[in-house]
Design a binder for this molecule. Structure first.
Ligand code: C2E
Ligand code: MG
Ligand code: MG
Length: 299
């Protein structure tokens, strides 16, 4: 992040702050680059600071909540479970999606306690659904890179499952391809430990990172989730269709369940089923929704 004196700031403190804002910009746009400060970043830096202060109190104030999006084996079949997706009911800004505040939570470390809350809440919900007779439903929970690397993850997951009396194979932890492939050897240790516990692992946003096939083969994952960017242009772009077809073939040969996310149209649904995707998720089949609505619509 680069800020210049005297154009961008009048004091050392301000100059450093603006360089920081520019640095965050670089980090958000894919790292490994540089960005010059512009005044518009300051608005967003201020806004981010505000959000961080609010986020520190959000859990205590009960402002965080989960929405649940159904997952289907095939179109028309009953749901096999849900993915828990975090939301923040901000007192002034309204309902915020994770893209707005997860990066802030990740940078500040707040994602660790928040992630613990998410897992606990999602497991409590699944317990409740099981008790209502949907004992075959599974729950998928997203793990951030920081959570994934944090010590005590295994114990935390084990304790949470125990607290809610859930069999480990009812829970899928989703980590992105980028997270999984960052420190491959340590990822493998953590993933093997989680798998030994009996928890299922999904590689999320697959196709956007740089997987080594050699490592992918060693990953004890059960599921590959094709990134929705490929699904979006499937019908118009021959390249994207070819990529999806190869991911499905790859998943097949590694004996992984292939899940397509972001299915928005009947055309995409049919195309993906024909290609051999095992599971489908997307607005066309069901949007993320509050738990009571999920039960009414899906149960
Ligand atoms: P993800 O895990 O890949 O989740 C799928 C995202 O795609 C969700 O966005 C979902 O609402 C959206 N989606 C589902 N179907 C469709 C569709 O048909 N069309 C379109 N355009 N979008 C669809 P959301 O809820 O905004 O979450 C964004 C990301 O934030 C998630 O991507 C996940 O990486 C992260 N996230 C969500 N909840 C949590 C959480 O509890 N903890 C952590 N660490 N990350 C989370
Ligand atoms: Mg996910
Ligand atoms: Mg995804």
């Amino acid at each position: 992040g680069i800020a210049l004196y005297p154009e961008d700031a009048t004091s050392e403190r301000e100059l450093m702050g603006h360089a920081d804002a520019a640095m965050y910009h670089t980090k958000q746009s894919g790292r490994n680059g540089y960005t010059f400060f512009t005044p518009s970043m300051q608005v967003s830096a201020n806004r981010q600071l505000r959000l961080l202060q609010d986020l520190r109190r959000a859990t205590d104030r009960g402002e965080l909540l989960l929405h649940y999006q159904p997952k289907f084996m095939a179109a028309g079949a009953p749901a096999v479970g849900a993915e828990a997706l975090l939301r923040w009911q901000h007192p002034e800004l309204g309902l915020l999606g994770p893209d707005v505040f997860i990066p802030i939570a990740e940078r500040s470390g707040l994602i660790v306690p928040i992630g613990e809350w998410v897992l606990d809440q999602a497991c409590a919900q699944l317990r409740h659904w099981h008790d209502l007779g949907h004992a075959h439903w599974t729950m998928a929970v997203n793990l951030s890179p920081l959570q994934f690397a944090a010590t005590g993850l295994l114990e935390m997951v084990e304790a949470t499952l125990g607290r809610h009396g859930l069999a480990p194979d009812r829970l899928t932890l989703e980590i992105t391809e980028t997270t999984a492939m960052k420190n491959v050897e340590s990822s493998l240790l953590i993933l093997n430990a989680l798998t030994t516990l009996g928890v299922r692992i999904a590689i999320d946003d697959f196709g956007t990172g740089y997987s080594s096939l050699l490592y992918l083969k060693r990953m004890p994952a059960t599921e590959l989730k094709i990134d929705r960017a490929f699904v979006r242009d499937l019908e118009e772009s021959a390249e994207d269709a070819a990529i999806v077809a190869s991911i499905v073939a790859l998943g097949r040969s590694l004996q992984l369940q292939v899940v397509a996310e972001g299915v928005e149209t009947a055309g995409q649904r049919d195309y993906l089923s024909d290609l051999g995707c095992d599971q489908l998720q997307g607005y066309h089949l069901g949007r993320p929704m509050p738990a009571d609505e999920f039960l009414r619509n899906v149960g």
